[in-house]
Write a protein that binds this ligand. Structure first.
Ligand SMILES: [Zn+2]
Length: 276
């Protein structure tokens, strides 16, 4: 592990190929980089997203700290596949041909599209096979009741603050179904429109009742005034929420969340926030 070199934008060769195979296998190749051993901009973006997910320094440089978390995640997948009788080969942290074939066999056996990558549905089936919460079967809703109770309480506090500021703020999405999330992920990739998310179904906090989207309305219509969104964002933060306007990857003005320090892989792996 300690012998892995630091690599970054412009690097090439064996370790870049390893990096790309691991990111791709863990379903982090949102932007379609080639597994060619060239550390290009798309590879760098995927690295930064991975670093965000694990609260690592978001600099796009793959040094020991990032290597360790990445390889550990691949090792965990390989060990589980092997334990379940899907032969991923020697657990070595390299998401190569044997691991990909094992994932495909696992997906076929579980009625999941056989992509060979550990997408969120595959992750849940592998890490949390006895899931009793059925998040992936719940419908999209704008109701606060569809949220985690702590997040719902913060949302009520937030709405009260906006009324004190004489704003007409409305929540238009709270829980989002996993299939609706998949449709959003497709947009800008294989359906028309701009890219709006890097999250597949199961990989957004909306899919766990930990996020909602809101907008200021004026004369019955959603405002286009960015300063109103900024004020709304400040009030959400006052209520204890994280605001999407502060995001570094895709800035998301209507978005509020509380993650309880969990990333979506924790949630898929079966870890639950307080109150559930
Ligand atoms: Zn959102």
């Amino acid at each position: 592990m300690s012998v892995f070199p630091s690599i970054r934008l412009g690097s090439k060769g064996h370790y870049v190929r390893l990096l790309q195979a691991d990111l791709n296998g863990l379903a982090l190749n949102y932007n379609g980089f080639a597994l060619d051993g060239y550390f290009d901009q798309k590879t760098s973006d995927a690295v930064k997203n991975f670093q965000d997910r694990f609260s690592l320094n978001r600099d796009g440089i793959v040094r020991n700290s990032t290597w360790k978390v990445l390889v550990d995640n691949v090792l965990a997948v390989q060990k589980l596949l092997n334990q379940n009788g899907y032969h991923a080969g020697h657990a070595d942290g390299w998401f190569g041909a044997a691991t990909t074939a094992a994932v495909i066999a696992f997906q076929r056996a579980h009625g999941i599209y056989p992509s060979g990558i550990v997408d969120p549905r595959t992750r849940q089936a592998l890490f949390n096979p006895h899931d009793k919460d059925h998040y992936q079967d719940r419908p999209t809703s704008a109701a606060l009741e569809s949220l985690n109770p702590h997040v719902a309480a913060m949302a009520r506090r937030f709405l009260a603050l906006t009324r004190e500021h004489h704003m007409d703020v409305r929540i238009y999405t709270a829980f989002r179904s996993w299939s609706d999330e998949d449709r959003l992920f497709a947009q800008g990739r294989w359906t028309p429109g701009p890219i709006v998310t890097n999250a597949r179904g199961g990989d957004s906090y909306h899919n766990w009742g930990l996020a909602f989207d809101a907008a200021p309305f004026e004369n019955g219509a959603m405002t286009t005034d960015v300063s109103k969104f900024r004020l709304m964002g400040q009030l959400g933060k006052q209520a204890g929420l994280q605001w999407g306007g502060d995001f570094k990857s895709i800035v998301d003005y209507p978005h509020f969340q509380d993650t309880f320090g969990l990333n979506t892989w924790d949630l898929l792996n079966g870890v639950r926030p307080p109150g559930e």
